[in-house]
Design a protein around this ligand. Structure first.
Ligand code: NAP
Length: 331
């Protein structure tokens, strides 16, 4: 079902995914209410037909009832990658506040953007949506994304809110600072230094494919109350992913940093780090990065919602080239 003519709120609209989603929804004829915190950050959305900018903050619950009023759908995309305290405030309490406001406003559905990080870093083999979420990972992002989901489910069951949770892999595409800009900066080094031979599994998903799933989940009856992985299945490898960025940069040279000394170093740093420090998560995260047999199954979204990723890695990375040129990173 199309969202044409519906009023939809997008939190995190000034960010990478939320911005791309807002533009897609407006193109499709939805009336997009784009939540922004500051005029500076909202500038990228100004003047786009179909997008109304509203100011607010998910950590300020008093601002939210007005923001959500008369919306049919809420896409909750906002996130903090900051301090543990900030991540708790935005990713957990912010989710509680937006879900509560959405339930009170009687919206049709809230689509919540979570992450495969919510499963934690101890996974191997096959991870499905039935795999339990992480509790303690020492990484506030992973922990607060998992807790945000739990809070959403609790609010939804108390207040009768329809919701759907999407857990993307590593989202790349134009305007992605993490999985496009940073990875391209690494890949253009000749040779490209990387821990090991790059045969570990990785889970990149092109931004448009994630948006396809978010849009379907907003209205599909089978998405109600369900979580879905938005992942490549089968998984890719670091070598293949970085290799596509290397192709853009015009080389394929690889420098394998030996794994054992890196593992020893990371383990020692984790042991020395104070409790709660992100470094405590590093050994598990390193192991996960090196593990060749790890896949986040996407069969549930395929079977229940008819979604599948449409963009292969080569095509997706090539679509990033104009933006990398604009940024002066690629000739
Ligand atoms: N990028 C990935 O690879 C990836 C992978 C899996 C899942 N995800 C999930 O996808 C979602 C979007 O990620 P992204 O990469 O697009 O993030 P992003 O570019 O960093 O954008 C984050 C957005 O959240 C907003 N925000 C932060 N604190 C807020 C607050 N207190 N109130 C309202 N808005 C607030 C930011 O506003 P300002 O512009 O004002 O800072 C920004 O618009 C997140 O839920 C993330 O967990 C991302």
């Amino acid at each position: 079902m199309s969202l044409e003519g519906m009023t939809v709120l997008v939190t995190g609209a000034t960010g990478f995914l939320g911005g791309a989603l807002s533009r897609r929804l407006a193109n499709a004829g939805a009336r997009v209410r784009a939540l922004a915190r500051t005029p500076e950050r909202a500038a990228v959305l100004r003047g786009i037909p179909g997008i109304d900018i509203v100011y607010g903050d998910v950590t300020a619950p008093d601002s939210l009832p007005e923001t959500v009023r008369d919306c049919q759908i809420v896409f909750h995309v906002a996130v903090s990658f900051g301090s543990r305290q900030l991540q708790q405030a935005v990713n957990v309490e912010g989710t509680r506040h937006i879900a509560t406001a959405a339930a009170d406003a009687g919206i049709n559905r809230l689509v919540h953007v979570s992450s495969i990080a919510a499963y934690g870093y101890a996974q191997e083999g096959v991870v499905t949506e039935d795999t339990p979420l992480a509790t303690v990972t020492h990484d506030p992002y992973s922990e607060t994304k998992a807790e945000g989901e739990r809070v959403l489910r609790a609010v939804a069951s108390e207040r009768g809110l329809s919701y759907s949770i999407i857990r993307p892999g590593m989202i790349y595409g134009p305007k992605s600072s993490m999985w496009t800009e940073r990875l391209f900066r690494l890949a253009r080094l000749r040779p490209t230094p990387f821990i090991g031979d790059g045969s570990g599994a990785t889970h990149p998903i092109y931004v448009d494919d994630v948006i396809d799933l978010l849009v379907i989940a907003a209205t599909h009856p089978a998405a109600d109350g369900q979580a879905f992985n938005a992942t490549p299945d089968p998984a890719s490898t670091w070598r293949a992913f970085i290799g596509e960025y290397q192709r853009l940069a015009g080389h394929q040279r690889w420098f394998a940093i030996p794994v054992s000394p890196v593992r020893r170093l990371v383990t020692a740093l984790a042991a020395l780090a104070p409790a709660e420090h992100l470094l405590k998560a590093a050994p598990l995260a390193l192991d996960m990065m090196l593990r060749p047999s790890l896949v986040f199954r996407n069969a549930k979204a395929r079977q229940l919602l008819g979604w599948e990723p449409r963009t292969d890695l080569r095509t997706g990375v090539e679509r990033c080239a104009p933006w990398l040129r604009e940024r002066g990173l690629l000739r």
